[in-house]
Design a binder for this molecule. Structure first.
Ligand SMILES: *[C@@H]1O[C@H](CO)[C@@H](O)[C@H](O)[C@H]1NC(C)=O
Ligand SMILES: *[C@@H]1O[C@H](CO)[C@@H](O)[C@H](O)[C@H]1NC(C)=O
Ligand SMILES: *[C@@H]1O[C@H](CO)[C@@H](O)[C@H](O)[C@H]1NC(C)=O
Length: 201
């Protein structure tokens, strides 16, 4: 019985809070703001897809500055401070022979070895894409672990990827042989304002 007496108080309180929030929402929306409300689309535009990155040492990727300490150069390690520059084809197939056929994109970038065990680096890349009717590029920046999946935040994009956000995940598929293959999963999201802005080309 004692508990029940609290109910109307709670109801009144929530009712007045509801009225308050309605009131403030109404008060803050001037006729000018209201006019633009229909441009705000709450549906999050997103795009998820996967490609395979093919990299061949001394063909699509090169050590341009030698590292100075720590690990040696192996299939998966490079000395601390090594600068590696690459221009790798991205295709829909993991087959190493696919690197020249049905190219869906190109990853141009560099990695700087940042751990003394030679396994980690700071990587940056511009990924140019032509896929599913989308044409443009995204730029990524983040840490790489040479033998584990690595996530890179998307810093932004150009063309059809203008204002894009999200991340990409790079996972080693085949680290043996002259051509190494990484699976690249793209998780791209456009903020609501991207659809409202029209950029002339
Ligand atoms: C919102 O955007 C999505 C994706 O661009 C589109 O499919 C949808 O029709 C839009 N909705 C409105 C109400 O404009
Ligand atoms: C790549 O080229 C460098 C410099 O010429 C050489 O030292 C290295 O052995 C080459 N690596 C491979 C895997 O061919
Ligand atoms: C990358 O793709 C281009 C265009 O399709 C092709 O000409 C080039 O040979 C490919 N590179 C490699 C290393 O396969």
């Amino acid at each position: 019985m004692g508990n029940q007496s609290h109910f109307p108080v709670f109801l009144l309180l929530s009712l007045s809070l509801t009225i308050c929030s309605f009131h403030s929402a109404f008060a803050s929306s001037s006729p000018h703001h209201h006019k633009h409300d229909h441009h705000f689309n709450k549906t999050m535009r997103s795009l998820h897809f996967s490609l395979y990155q093919h990299e061949t040492i001394n063909k699509t990727g090169f050590i341009v500055v030698d590292g100075i300490a720590g690990a040696g150069v192996t299939q998966t390690t490079t000395p601390f401070g090594t600068i590696f520059v690459f221009r790798d084809n991205l295709t829909a197939s993991a087959e190493p022979s696919a690197s020249a056929s049905a190219v869906a994109g190109v990853a141009e970038g560099a990695s700087i070895t940042s751990s003394f065990d030679g396994l980690r680096s700071l990587s940056l890349a511009k990924i140019t894409l032509k896929i599913d009717g989308y044409k443009g590029s995204i730029s990524i920046l983040g840490g790489t672990h040479n033998t584990k999946p690595s996530d890179y935040p998307v810093a932004g994009g150009t063309g059809d990827f203008l204002f894009v956000q999200g991340y990409i995940r790079s996972s080693p598929v085949d680290l043996n042989g002259p051509t190494v293959v990484y699976k690249i999963d793209f998780f791209l999201y456009w903020p609501p304002y991207a659809t409202a802005v029209h950029v002339s080309h």
